[in-house]
Design a protein around this ligand. Structure first.
Ligand SMILES: Nc1ncnc2c1ncn2[C@@H]1O[C@H](COP(=O)(O)OP(=O)(O)OP(=O)(O)O)[C@@H](O)[C@H]1O
Ligand SMILES: CC(C)(CO)[C@@H](O)C(=O)NCCC(=O)O
Ligand SMILES: [K+]
Length: 250
C-alpha cells in the first residue's frame, strides 16, 4: 500500500492506495502529525510499502514528519521537489524553487487531465491561489490571496464585536442574500469575495485564451465557489494527481 500526503498550512490531507496505486483504501484530513499516526494505526490490515508527500511547510516541520513516518512504519518517504520543467509544464517563476509545491503539483495534474489544453487552476485552502498554464505548457504565473479561514479569522481578531461559532457559520452560507446577522454578513461577504476572485480569474483566462481553456477547482473550500463556474472541473485530489506524476513509484 502507498501512503500519500498533502501537507498544507492548516491540515494534512492523507490517503492510502492499494499496492497497485489504483484503488483507494482509506483517506482523511488531520490537523497534526500525531493525529495522522492515530488515523493510520486504526486502519485494518494496513501494510505500507512507501510514502510520497508534498509539503508547503518548513523544512524542519517536513523532516519531523518524514522521520516520524520512517520510524513508525519502516518505509521510505519521498518528497516532491521543485522543478523548472516537468510533464510538459514549465515553471513560470523567476526563481522556480519559490513556487509553492502544492501549486506546482496542481498545475501538473490539471495540465495532464486537460490533455494539452490551457488551464486555469484554482485552489481554495488556507490561502487561495490561481495559476495560468498555456496550451504549450508555459506557466504564465498566478495569484495568492487569503482563503476563507484567513479572511474570517482576520475579522474576528481585529474587531471586537464579530464573534460566532462554526455551526452558525455553516448555516449562514445556505444563501447569499444580504446578511441580517453578524455571522450572515461576514460569512456571505467573505464567500462573495472568493466568488468575485474566481470571476476575475475567468475574465483574465478569457482574455488570454478565448473559450479554449479548462478550469480546475480544488481545495477544502471548493464547494463555496463551484456554483459560479458551472463548467469547471471540481477535482478534490488534483494535488495528488500531480504528486503521482512528480513522484512515480520506483
Ligand atoms: N474535511 C475537511 N477537513 C478540514 N477542512 C475542510 C474539510 N472540508 C472542507 N474544509 C475547509 O477547507 C479549508 C482548508 O482547505 P485545505 O485543507 O485545502 O487547505 P489547507 O491545508 O488548510 O491549506 P493550504 O493547502 O492552502 O496550505 C478550511 O476552510 C476548511 O473549513
Ligand atoms: C500559497 C500557498 C500557501 C498555498 O498553499 C503555498 O503554495 C505556498 O506557501 N507557496 C509559496 C509562495 C509562492 O507560491 O509564491
Ligand atoms: K493546498
Amino acid at each position: 500500500m502507498i501512503l500519500e500526503l498533502d501537507c498544507g498550512n492548516s491540515f494534512i490531507k492523507w490517503r492510502v492506495l492499494d499496492a497497485s496505486a489504483s484503488g483507494l483504501v482509506s483517506e482523511g484530513v488531520v490537523d497534526s502529525n500525531q493525529a495522522l499516526l492515530e488515523s493510520l494505526r486504526i486502519i485494518k490490515s494496513l501494510s505500507l510499502r512507501t510514502c510520497r508527500l508534498v509539503s508547503v511547510r518548513t523544512n524542519e516541520e517536513t523532516s519531523a514528519l518524514t522521520e516520524m513516518l520512517e520510524r513508525a512504519f519502516g518505509i521510505p518517504v519521498v518528497c516532491a521537489k521543485p522543478a523548472r520543467e516537468m510533464s510538459g509544464v514549465r515553471n513560470g517563476y523567476e526563481d522556480y524553487e519559490r513556487l509553492g509545491l502544492d501549486r506546482w503539483l496542481a498545475m501538473l495534474g490539471g495540465f495532464h487531465l486537460a490533455a494539452g489544453s490551457a488551464c486555469l487552476v484554482l485552489d481554495f485552502g488556507t490561502a487561495v491561489t490561481a495559476d495560468f498554464v498555456a496550451a504549450d505548457g508555459e506557466h504564465l504565473g498566478g495569484f495568492i490571496c487569503p482563503g476563507m479561514p484567513l479572511m474570517r479569522n482576520q475579522l474576528r481578531t481585529h474587531t471586537r464585536k464579530i464573534r460566532y461559532g462554526d455551526e452558525a457559520a455553516e448555516r449562514a452560507l445556505s444563501s447569499h442574500v444580504p446578511g441580517r446577522t453578524t455571522v450572515e454578513a461576514v460569512e456571505r461577504g467573505c464567500s462573495l469575495m472568493l466568488r468575485g476572485f474566481v470571476l476575475t480569474q475567468l475574465e483574465l483566462a478569457r482574455a488570454y485564451w478565448g473559450e479554449q481553456f479548462t478550469v480546475f477547482i480544488t481545495g477544502g473550500d471548493a464547494e463555496l465557489v463551484k456554483g459560479v463556474v458551472p463548467e469547471a472541473r471540481v477535482v478534490p485530489d488534483l494535488v495528488f494527481v500531480g504528486l503521482a506524476m512528480a513522484c512515480p513509484l520506483s
